[in-house]
Design a protein around this ligand. Structure first.
Ligand code: IVH
Length: 684
């Protein structure tokens, strides 16, 4: 390699790694596995050592990736939040031990082995024994202040009362989401037509950066701590400092072990590499730390990581199997996903029969042929993916896998928009998965909220020919539903589920449909699934036009006069109402008593849902009247309305640009800040 070629490769690798840091830390959507990332980083490290003339102080080898987003205030870390050097092999672990032995000369030492929790790191600052700040790692020097969000995590103590704790100290740990909570959250997202998170780590990191603490509280995060920082250190043993943290009320995992030598460390690693699948949370390796804190300080750190610790990372689990066929699935919005059907093979505790192929580019990139031996990997993603093909095993007459030209469900020629990776079926109206998708959107939690129809029941009703559009739901009868059953196999995950409509199920379904007739107009409008009319736009249109007839008759100019409604939305609303099928749908919904307008008399209706609760309403809303309406709703449901925030305030309802002093005070007092939607849900 010439120096010019090396420079080119170095620049390419830096650019790639910066891009992956952004996907991992900011978007929480990594596009390559940790192993692939570490391979690129190692290659860059090697080239930079070989060609020191190309040194760059902001190279990804020198600086840790940053999670800073512009939505939070930032705070500098008193001590930088470093990352850990990684290794994937016993030989490298041995080299680490040799380095430690050389540096410490004749002194004896022990290691502490801990699990490497796969979440997102956090620094907890305690002042006067109270949690004062919770800060993300950020760029290592400063991070985002997410105190209000972290305060919602039950395993983070807000006040420390144990006598051995000093007044001021810092604790570092990992914000986690258990596998069980992750599955619950993703199921909820799928039911609501939202994109599921790829793995618990992304879900935890994304949740920590939500702007509404009340949303964070619902996600049930956890915090495992692994490091105590005091000056001077309270303990000389890291292992004992972990025990101390447990005594003070922090959540310390019980699996850490003191190891006399590197072979014992390796036993620990091998044990957990096998046992990891039985843990209720994800780990991506083992962290090996020198136990003696005085020796730790003596060894110190590089700019990026401490010299006294190393992370042994587990490789993403892989398996080789044969590609049998490729099927093409049509999603709810018409997007086509190719799925590989494989000869069943065990991987990470399950038998894998399918793997995702993402899109046409991915198939081309792998140069996939039928009967190919493919390498599949489970990197924490929901379904495994094909990462490579063993070309040496390909037979001479193997057929290349090509992308389909027509929709496998309805035969319509597929389209692909310029610059987009996915193909889609444009036959919105009669392509079966798209019809089901529209009905599923209609019954969703944020729309008509017909929960009793969730989990595959729409599919069953569609297959039996009972529903073709949302209005059909309101004509279903007990006799039509009773006794229906179906075995549903999730096409991607391969899970099998039997649905059968017994008496109680049918009663619940009919009850759910009936009560959806009380859902307010703004949510009905959202439920209709007009393109670009999301929750917020639906609310704005409902408040402005008051009923569906006024909205249907609105001209382009009138629509454009509604605050924040632009050309694209106005056009989409007009197109939707000019379609005769949609006009018929509205009339049928009307005949079944669905709310197609705001009922002004409803506002005096009294419930006790908010009894004993005090509210402050701040910020601006769609219209000044809207704010007034919310204030009236507080009182109408038995709540108390006040102007200023105090320890007696139960909730702050924050609109756009809420008063900064109110928000600050609420955060200091740990008062929940909620959105208008949260508030409406409290009283719905
Ligand atoms: S110790 C200076 N211990 O791994 C000490 N880190 O790649 C630095 N992590 O940013 C960290 N489990 O978020 C430590 N038991 C554990 C850990 C752990 C997970 C994370 C941590 C850190 C990252 C480094």
């Amino acid at each position: 390699m010439t120096p010019e070629q090396a420079q080119e490769r170095i620049e390419f690798l830096r650019k790639e790694l910066h891009k992956h840091n952004y996907h991992y830390y900011v978007l929480n959507q990594p596009i390559i596995s940790d192993y692939e990332y570490d391979r690129l980083l190692k290659e860059l490290e090697m080239l930079e050592n070989q060609y020191p003339q190309f040194h760059d102080p902001s190279s990804p080898t020198v600086r840790v990736g940053s999670d800073i987003s512009n939505e939070f205030e930032q705070r500098p870390h008193r001590f930088p939040m470093l990352s850990l050097a990684n290794t994937y092999s016993y030989e490298e672990l041995q080299e680490f031990d040799n380095r430690i032995a050389r540096a410490l000369g004749h002194r004896s030492y022990r290691y502490v082995c801990e699990l490497k929790y796969d979440g997102t790191s956090i620094s907890l600052i305690y002042e006067n024994r109270r949690l004062a700040y919770a800060v993300t790692r950020g760029d290592g020097e400063k991070g985002d202040v997410v105190t209000a969000n972290v305060k919602t995590i039950p395993t983070v103590p807000l006040i420390i009362s144990h006598p051995s704790a000093p007044d001021d100290f810092e604790v570092r740990g990992e914000i986690m989401l258990s596998r069980k909570q992750f599955e619950r959250l993703n199921q909820e997202r799928i039911d609501n037509g939202e994109e599921p998170f790829a793995n618990p780590r992304n879900a935890a990191a994304g949740t920590l950066k939500l702007l509404k603490s009340s949303e964070v509280a619902k996600r049930k995060l956890d915090c495992f701590v692994y490091y105590l920082l005091t000056e001077p250190p309270l303990e000389t043993s890291h292992f004992r400092s972990l025990q101390l943290l447990g005594d003070w009320g922090f959540h310390v995992q019980p699996y850490s072990e003191l190891c006399e030598n590197i072979d014992k460390v390796y036993d620990f690693i091998q044990h957990w590499e096998k046992e990891r699948e039985n843990l209720p949370f994800d780990i991506d390796g083992v962290v090996v730390k020198l136990d003696d804190i005085t020796l730790q300080q003596q060894l110190g750190s590089t700019a990026k990581s401490p010299r006294w610790a190393i992370a042994y990372k587990f490789k993403a689990e892989q398996a080789i199997t044969r590609l049998l066929s490729v099927s093409f699935q049509v999603g709810r919005t018409g997007t086509i996903t190719p799925v590989a059907n494989l000869e069943p093979v065990p991987l990470g505790g399950t038998i894998v029969k399918r793997a995702s192929l993402h899109n046409a580019d991915q198939i081309a990139l792998l140069d996939l042929h039928f009967d190919d031996y493919v390498i599949i990997e489970k990197g924490g993603e929901i379904i495994p993916k094909i990462v490579d093909v063993d070309r040496s095993k390909r037979t001479a007459n193997a057929q290349k896998v090509t992308f389909i030209a027509n929709c496998p469900e309805c035969g319509t020629p597929l389209l692909r928009n310029e610059g987009e990776a996915r193909h889609y079926c444009p036959n919105e109206k009669s392509c079966p998965p798209q019809i089901k998708g529209k009905i599923e959107h209609f019954i969703g939690r944020k729309a008509m909220n017909i929960e009793s129809l969730g989990e595959g029941k729409v599919e069953l009703l569609f297959d039996k020919g009972l529903i073709r559009n949302p209005a059909d739901l309101y004509e279903l009868t007990f006799d039509q539903l009773y006794g229906l059953e179906k075995v549903i196999e999730d096409p991607v995950l391969g899970k099998v589920k039997k649905i059968s409509f017994k008496e109680k199920t049918v009663e619940n379904i009919l009850k759910g449909i009936e009560s959806s007739k009380q859902v307010p107009f703004e949510r009905v409008l959202f439920a209709l699934g007009i393109r670009y009319v999301g929750e917020t736009v639906a609310r704005k249109l409902a408040t402005h036009f008051k009923n569906i007839d006024a909205l249907r008759q609105a001209s382009y100019e009138e629509l454009m006069q509604v605050p924040e409604i632009g050309e694209i939305i106005a056009r989409s609303v007009i197109d939707w109402f000019s379609d005769s099928d949609n006009q018929l749908l509205v009339e049928r919904l009307r005949s079944h008593g669905i709310q197609l307008g705001i009922d002004d008399t409803k506002q005096t209706q009294i419930s006790n849902a908010l009894a004993g609760k005090t509210f402050v309403i701040t910020g601006s809303y769609a219209t000044p009247q809207r704010r007034k309406e919310l204030e009236e709703l507080v009182v109408a449901h038995g709540g108390k309305l006040v102007d200023s925030v105090s320890s007696k305030t139960s909730y702050i309802v924050a609109g756009e640009n809420p008063g900064p002093s109110k928000i600050q005070k609420a955060q200091q007092l740990g008062i929940l800040i909620i959105t208008e939607t949260d508030f409406l849900q409290m009283i719905s």
